[in-house]
Design a protein around this ligand. Structure first.
Ligand code: AR6
Length: 178
């Protein structure tokens, strides 16, 4: 008798939550960083404050990151194991490739998840704060990219972490629409 091992089919659960991403005990949280990877305001500032100075030291060794790409560090004092630092695009009206660059952030983070065996990952709404990307447009890109790429990256749970109620309602609606 020949036993055949068929590849496991991963079904990814997607959920929206409202809250502070620094509190989540998932395998990886994503940071909305800038190209320097040396900290900043918004969620980046919150992550660096909560993780401690070791995070800054680890980031300084990465020599920056291109827009649309992401790099990984340990999460140090955070309850998560890894931080994936993604650099979203600054919104300049939409004709400068912002959509593709934003999708690249989500795709690269899922690739990092596969490399680091991170089965549960939490994303903030990258680029929608200081970088000014319209929230609904960004959420559609985030959900579509994750739906397409998370199963192939063997990611089992994706949490979209929304800081404000308006962003949370957008994600809830998009996720319910299936
Ligand atoms: N948990 C989850 N989401 C948060 C948190 C938090 N603790 N804090 C803010 N948000 P932003 P960007 C939300 O501005 O637009 C930094 O200076 C926030 O409400 O953090 O990608 C970097 O260094 C918004 O929905 O990131 C860069 O220079 C989302 O996170 C620049 O800002 C993203 O807002 C990046 O700008």
């Amino acid at each position: 008798m020949i036993l055949q091992h068929s590849p496991a089919v991963v079904v990814t659960q997607l959920e929206a939550i409202q809250g502070d991403i620094t509190c989540l005990a998932v395998d990886a949280i994503v940071n909305a960083a800038n190209q320097s990877l040396m900290g900043g305001g918004g969620v980046d500032g919150a992550i660096h404050r909560a993780a401690g100075l070791e995070l800054l030291a680890a980031c300084s060794k990465l020599k920056g990151c291109a827009t649309g790409d992401a790099k990984a560090t340990p999460a140090f004092r955070l309850p998560a194991k890894w931080v994936f630092h993604a650099v979203g695009p600054v919104w300049r009206g939409g004709a400068g490739g912002e959509d593709e660059l934003l999708a690249g952030c989500y795709r690269r983070c899922l690739e990092l998840a596969r490399e680091h065996h991170a089965k549960a990952i939490a994303f903030p709404a990258i680029s929608t704060g200081i970088y000014g990307f319209p929230s609904e447009r960004a959420a559609r890109i985030a959900v579509a990219t994750v739906r397409e790429h998370a199963p192939g990256a063997e990611v089992e749970l994706v949490k979209f972490v929304c800081f404000d109620g308006q962003t949370y309602s957008i994600y809830q609606r998009l996720l319910q629409a299936g």
